[in-house]
Design a binder for this molecule. Structure first.
Ligand code: NAD
Length: 263
């Protein structure tokens, strides 16, 4: 028995990183997964791989900031699997800039993907989950959804917004049998925090070592997080193990937010 047997879960940003790990884990737990991303080749390949194994998966092209893409993705998902009863709003982008140097277009682009994307996901998919008799939504906020971080102001603003959206959605959707929670990862070893993973010229060994050194000092548990650790939290929040939990942000950061140390 898988923890998600009989469920159909749409995961955004599923072509790589945390979304990919979530897709693999959820499929392994019996869910039929709808992989959504703008990286079509990677998303298609993952869907093919999961379907060749035990799982069942389809890929849909979905730019989360475009309402028409959401409508098309829901149609594809229902054509493939008949319903949707789970959503993981995982897609996101990060840009580094001082607030006073951030171009308006950059700020708005981050809002469009991270914040509008999560809003459109809830707006479009929650009625489908309700029609399926209830289910779950997991939003991907961040450590920066509950504290500040210099030079990522636009990103931080959107991640705070996602925590707010999560609380309101939980209040409004509880009566429809939908639980809504947020994961708030600290530093996780994906292309977002380790862009060397995407650069064929990069010395990935050296980049990984630099990252290890940085987080050994910054994070109480002494290391960067792994995408599969966030996937495990998303699974917990998507299955019956969390049946009495809704409206909450869950920090997964190796203790980074616990406080400061004077030694
Ligand atoms: P990643 O960059 O590897 O993955 C992000 C995925 O989102 C990619 O597959 C990308 O193609 C997709 N995406 C980007 N824009 C999109 C759009 N408009 N529509 C659909 N898909 C889009 O990074 P990741 O670490 O796997 O990020 C996943 C989530 O975790 C993001 O929301 C990110 O903000 C959040 N997060 C990451 C970290 C970290 O340290 N990596 C920490 C906290 C929160």
């Amino acid at each position: 028995m898988g923890k998600l047997d009989g469920r159909v879960v749409l995961i955004t940003g599923a072509a790589r990183g945390q979304g990919e790990r979530e897709a693999r884990l959820f499929a392994g737990e019996g869910a039929r997964v709808v992989l959504a991303d703008v990286l079509d080749a990677q998303g298609e390949a993952l869907a093919k791989e999961l379907t060749a194994g035990e799982g069942r998966a389809v890929y849909v092209h979905l730019d989360v900031g475009r309402e028409e893409d959401w409508a098309a993705a829901v149609t594809s998902a229902k054509n493939a699997f008949g319903k949707i009863d789970g959503l993981v709003n995982n897609a996101g982008i990060l840009r580094f800039n001082e607030l006073t140097s951030t171009p308006l277009a950059e700020f708005q682009q981050i809002v469009q993907v991270n914040q509008v994307g999560a809003f459109l996901g809830i707006k479009t998919v929650a009625p489908e989950i309700a029609a399926a008799g209830g289910g779950t939504i997991v939003n991907t906020a961040s450590y920066t959804g509950v504290t500040g971080m210099a030079y990522v102001g636009a990103y931080t603003a959107t991640k705070h917004a996602i925590v707010g959206l999560t609380r309101v959605a939980a209040l409004e959707l509880a009566a429809k049998g939908i639980r809504v929670n947020a994961v708030c990862p600290g530093a996780i070893d994906t292309a977002m925090s380790n862009p060397a993973q995407l650069d064929p010229e990069a010395d990935t060994e050296a980049a990984a070592q630099a990252l290890d050194e940085l987080y050994r000092k910054l994070v109480p548990l002494g290391r960067v997080g792994r995408p599969e650790e966030v996937a495990a939290l998303a699974l917990f929040l998507s299955c019956e193990d969390s049946s009495y939990i809704t409206g909450q942000p869950f920090v997964i950061d190796g203790g980074w937010l616990a406080g400061v140390s004077v030694l």
